[in-house]
Design a protein around this ligand. Structure first.
Ligand code: ATP
Ligand code: MG
Length: 219
């Protein structure tokens, strides 16, 4: 653990796959808030997504490592994917606070679509006391409903707003493109594109999953 880190960005996500929307957002937050590092945290079993529809954690982790390799300020953590059972952001923030110490300020980075959901996350009031929260613009999503802003304000916290160069990219769209045989060039780093092709990810997820289920039921 690098103890000289005073301002740590945290970019959580499923990263299935990681794309330029994530990378641009993390880099914009780093510049704007003078973050020493941005830690990418591929999610484990999320309470918000169906685990059956998500690629193996190891694939998502490796793609995130490849995508962030060339940025000396970016790091990837396995803390969420290695945790047993459902992972909650509150547990991760408590752990990071412990690991980095009280002198390190945490900045949790999210897109405009996720920020409104935070109020319903586990121990949300404690969550926003442990970290600063940055809501980044994301094309297709309203910047941020006022009630989220107010909710932060009521708890003496300020929700940071960050304008990032517009990137109308989503992992869902990339998965659909791969499945349909369309190009994903310039939407993801080349290394991620190669990884997807080599491992035949997203070709036909539902079939693969039902085959897997069938195979398991035979055993
Ligand atoms: P999916 O379509 O599978 O939900 P996604 O593209 O939304 O994938 P996630 O892994 O769910 O990616 O998102 C991780 C974080 O990155 C979230 O906070 C999300 O709001 C943010 N994010 C994702 N894409 C963008 C984008 N194009 N611009 C800004 N923020 C983004
Ligand atoms: Mg998403």
């Amino acid at each position: 653990m690098n103890k000289s880190i005073k301002r740590l960005g945290i970019m959580g996500g499923t990263f299935d796959p990681i794309h330029y929307g994530h990378l641009v957002t993390a880099e914009a937050a780093r510049g704007e808030y003078e973050l020493d590092h941005v830690l990418f945290l591929p999610s484990g079993i999320s309470p918000h997504k169906d685990p059956k529809t998500i690629s193996d954690a190891q694939h998502r982790y490796l793609m995130t490592v490849f995508a962030t390799l060339t940025n000396p300020y970016f790091e990837v953590s396995r803390v969420e994917i290695d945790r047993e059972g459902v992972t909650y952001t509150i547990d991760t923030l408590r752990l990071l606070k412990e690991q980095y110490g009280a002198d390190t300020k945490l900045y949790f980075i999210t897109g405009a679509d996720v920020i409104a959901e935070i109020m319903s996350w586990k121990d949300s009031s404690e969550l926003i006391q442990l970290s600063e929260f940055i809501a980044a613009t994301r094309p297709g999503f309203k910047f941020q409903p006022e009630y989220v802003d107010q909710w932060f304000f009521q708890q003496n916290k300020h929700l940071h707003q960050l304008k990032v160069p517009a990137m109308a990219i989503s992992s869902t769209d990339i998965r659909l493109r791969v499945k349909a045989g369309k190009s994903i060039r310039y939407l993801v780093p080349e290394s991620v594109e190669y990884y997807i092709r080599k491992n035949k990810l997203y070709i036909d997820k539902s079939d693969t999953q039902s085959e897997k289920n069938e195979a398991e039921s035979v055993l």
